[in-house]
Design a protein around this ligand. Structure first.
Ligand SMILES: [Zn+2]
Length: 137
């Protein structure tokens, strides 16, 4: 796992619970009990009612491709060896969205509305990334 060369996300104090959960192969999001809004990406306060009393909840890990792009070209970088790859916005069943990669699927087979499930990639000893694969496999 120490051979991973791509840049890793920047972890902030308010996103640390997300990354800690990912390391445990759990996908989590925030929930605001005051207004019932589900929130992702991690925030310090609710963007709807400004409450700072946010809770972490486990997601089902299921969702669908909201939109995506197939990356065919890349300047010299650690991403070049992965071409072509799919960057997508996935909408979880809980209503929140996140940017991710669609894996275990030929790029030409990815479709908007396709059902996907979370898959956890332990890229380093300390870091796990959340990707998605087709639900029907
Ligand atoms: Zn709220």
């Amino acid at each position: 796992m120490s051979g991973y060369k791509k840049p890793l996300p920047e972890v902030t104090p308010w996103s640390q619970p997300f990354w800690s959960a990912a390391k445990e192969h759990r996908l989590v999001f925030q929930h605001c009990p005051s207004c019932e809004l589900n929130i992702l990406y991690p925030k310090l306060f609710c963007p709807n009612c400004y409450s700072s009393d946010l809770q972490w909840m486990d997601a089902s890990g299921r969702g669908e491709v909201y939109t995506f792009s197939v990356i065919h070209l890349h300047p010299p970088s650690p991403f070049r060896d992965s071409l072509p790859y799919v960057v997508a916005i996935v909408q979880l069943d809980e209503g929140v969205q996140l940017m991710t990669n669609i894996v275990r699927c030929a790029p030409e087979d990815v479709k908007c509305g396709m059902s996907v499930v979370a898959e956890f990639d332990d890229v380093t000893d300390d870091f796990t990334l959340v990707n998605f694969r087709p639900a029907a496999m």
